[in-house]
Design a protein around this ligand. Structure first.
Ligand code: UD1
Length: 355
């Protein structure tokens, strides 16, 4: 059986690594890895391949940045000949980035079966590009691998037949479990003892100058009481400089490699973020998380985990932060099947197709 994996952007890498590893154990499976090149900076891509021990891609489509239409179209036209040439039995796509939907669309038109890893998540916010990518990819996929029960429920509500849905757990947590010992050993010198770790890159938070200014003002205020450590995504860095905003008082860092970032998460007093994956990682780690969005496609991180969705309301952020600093953070539990073995469960499903 020939499985072709498509990755493109930073959050894909930690999701694909465990599936590649699990399928790699079977001599009957041939694997091809395609990198679209959506993310191309060394610290957004290469360093994840080395730390997660992902083999070098067999093909790099080198698409780079662009508008959504352009990036998606470029991936599609460069990916189609690869599928025609290599004729995989199943193509696996991951998460909700433009590379995911572009590859799924190519395969659906060519009649090649698609497996979507991290299916069924919904924010119900159609203004998010990722929500469009999720819904379209799930509609096109033949195998939908969900991380939690809410994913199955969303898919069934949308009329996806139950026989296509496989609840396998959270592949991102597989990578976390594997590299947590290395993160725990990692020492970073010259760092504050207690700090808030911040990440920010959603267009809804960073593309509007007034919204970004408001968030940065809240962070500067927090920084008076608790040091703010902020690895800055390239999109956010561009906007901060375009809008002429001041962030020098915060501990500004370049985007970090996986192990270093995990080490910072484990030891943080609180994580303040608009990322999807970080809401899940903090839930697993039991670290308080305040999410700077009005919704989340990962509701188990709120119902079971440590996550609180605070929107972009500075007062809500500050009151929740005070509770955490006073030691009154809400306690969470780890959702079912977030156990480090989701990749193996996906491999089992795919291998059972052969028999
Ligand atoms: C993408 C995903 C988002 C994910 C995020 C993680 C989509 C729709 N969005 O958003 O879901 O959470 O990745 O990082 O797919 N840039 C660089 N170097 C790079 C990559 C990007 O400088 O290696 C700059 C480019 O100027 C680019 C901008 O960052 O225009 C945004 O990159 P892009 O891939 O379009 O989307 P992200 O905001 O990273």
């Amino acid at each position: 059986m020939h499985i072709l994996h498509v990755v493109g952007a930073r959050p894909n890498f930690m999701k694909a690594a465990p599936v590649l590893r699990a399928l790699g154990k079977s001599p009957a499976v041939e694997q091809t890895l395609v990198h679209t090149g959506q993310h191309y900076d060394g610290n957004m891509s290469d360093v994840f391949f080395s730390q997660l021990e992902i083999p070098a891609p067999d093909v790099n489509l080198g698409v780079g940045s662009g508008s959504h239409a352009r990036q998606t179209a470029e991936i599609m036209s460069r990916f189609e000949p690869i599928v025609l040439e290599r004729r995989p039995d199943v193509v696996l796509v991951y998460g909700d980035v433009n590379s995911t939907v572009a590859a799924a669309l190519v395969c659906a038109k060519l009649g090649v079966r698609v497996g979507h890893v991290e299916a069924g998540l919904r924010s119900f916010d159609w203004s998010m590009p990722e929500e469009i990518n999720r819904v379209v990819t799930d509609r096109l996929a033949d195998f939908l691998f969900t991380p939690s029960e809410d994913g199955d429920m969303n898919l069934e509500r949308e009329g996806i037949p139950a026989k296509k849905i496989y609840r396998v757990g959270n592949v991102m947590i597989d990578s976390l479990v594997r590299l947590l010992p290395a993160a725990t050993r990692y020492q970073k010198n010259g760092f504050p003892e207690r700090y808030a770790l911040v990440t920010l890159h959603r267009p809804s938070n960073v593309d509007d100058s007034q919204t970004l200014k408001g968030i940065l003002e809240s962070l500067l205020e927090i920084n008076e009481k608790l040091d703010v450590v902020f690895p800055v995504h390239p999109r956010t860095r561009q906007r901060v400089s375009e809008f002429g905003l001041k962030v020098e008082k915060l501990h500004i860092l370049e985007p970090l490699p996986y192990i270093e970032f995990l080490a910072l998460q484990c030891r943080a007093v609180v994580v303040i973020t608009d990322s999807g994956g970080i809401q899940e990682e903090t839930t697993y780690l039991g670290v308080p998380c305040l999410t700077l969005r009005n919704n989340t496609e990962r509701p188990v991180t709120v119902s079971l985990g440590t996550n609180i969705v605070v929107g972009n309301d500075g007062e809500h952020l500050s009151s929740e932060l005070s509770r955490i600093v006073e030691g009154k953070a809400k306690k969470g539990t780890i959702p079912p099947l977030w156990d480090g073995h989701a990749g193996e469960r996906i491999a089992d499903v795919l291998q059972s197709l052969q028999s």
